[in-house]
Design a protein around this ligand. Structure first.
Ligand SMILES: Cc1cc2nc3c(=O)[nH]c(=O)nc-3n(C[C@H](O)[C@H](O)[C@H](O)COP(=O)(O)O)c2cc1C
Length: 198
């Protein structure tokens, strides 16, 4: 299948059959998240992979009771990391660009100034790009998924025991659609509506 055929095949799966996605496939999906581009490469997000049935049931209660949460194989929660100063330090150290008492590098200056200017949703935007990569990876692997914003972020944060700096933004249950699943037809605005050229 081509990339576009995979995207036509995928759809927001509302109910999974409970079958487990093999570990090596989950690894590939997580690799796609890890390889997704982010602004300055800071990857200001964290993904919690939930497999516990008990925890899934708790999360479902805070997600409008959506069946995807408990019927999926793995439930991925993408949280934005609001501690950007720490993230920037970690990144610069990892990249070997952190000043060690000597002169601050040009990039360090730029990043540190940049993160003071971004809005509260900047980290979440990076997480959404990674979400897109994960959905595309799932489609290539013929694994079903459903992007989800329909949940109470504060309750998710509590249930997952996340630290203060991590705020759940979007989730992605993955698994396999049920045998009798009827996918709703794709509804998309026309190319004329979405694009123009100048
Ligand atoms: C950011 C985002 C949040 C969404 N939240 C939910 C959700 O909470 N529950 C749900 O069933 N679908 C959710 N959807 C799925 C959309 O309704 C779905 O992607 C859209 O209708 C297009 O259908 P398709 O993905 O099957 O092509 C969400 C999609 C996105 C991208």
């Amino acid at each position: 299948m081509t990339f576009i055929q995979n995207l036509e095949w995928r759809h927001a799966t509302k109910k999974f059959d409970g079958k487990k996605v093999p570990d090596e496939m989950v690894e590939k999906i997580l690799d796609s998240v890890r390889m997704a581009p982010t602004s300055f490469g800071l990857q200001p997000f964290h993904v919690t992979v939930v497999t516990s049935d008990e925890l899934k049931a708790t999360l479902q209660a805070h997600a409008y009771n959506q069946e995807q949460v408990t019927t999926c194989s793995h439930f991925l929660v993408f949280s934005a990391d609001t501690n950007l100063a720490k993230r920037a330090d970690e990144y610069l150290t990892m990249a070997g660009m952190k000043h060690d008492g000597g002169e601050v590098s040009g990039l360090e200056k730029v990043i540190k100034e940049f993160i003071t200017e971004v809005d509260a949703e900047w980290a979440a935007k990076q997480a959404y790009i990674a979400l897109g990569f994960a959905m595309a990876a799932c489609a290539e692997l013929q694994i079903d998924s459903c992007p989800m914003e329909g949940f109470d972020p504060e309750e998710f944060k509590k249930a997952l025991g996340l630290p203060e700096n991590l705020n759940p933004k979007v989730a992605l249950p993955i698994g396999y659609r049920t045998a009798d699943y009827v996918a709703v037809p794709k509804i998309r605005f026309s190319k004329e509506d979405l694009f123009d050229s100048k």
